[in-house]
Design a protein around this ligand. Structure first.
Ligand SMILES: [Zn+2]
Length: 76
């Protein structure tokens, strides 16, 4: 198995990591319910996408609903 010949200097390591910063997610308000949602993704709170209902949220169990609530609190 090949092994690096030289230790990576702090300068080279930091130059490599200069691209590792996370960028903001482009969230936008849902036109149906106003909840913040990701672009090109059905709204997790009301199930609408492009002006129509695409997900029946009543089919999900209360456990799944609690999971979706926790994710919404993480975003906020
Ligand atoms: Zn919505």
């Amino acid at each position: 198995m090949p092994v690096p010949k030289y230790r990576t200097s702090a300068s080279k390591r930091n130059m490599r990591r200069s691209h590792h910063a996370l960028k903001n997610v482009g969230v936008s308000a849902c036109p149906n319910c106003g909840e913040m949602k990701l672009p090109h993704v059905a709204c997790p709170s009301c199930g609408h996408y492009k002006g129509r209902q695409v997900i029946e949220l009543s089919k999900f169990t209360p456990e799944a609903d609690s999971n979706s609530e926790s994710t919404t609190t993480d975003k906020a």
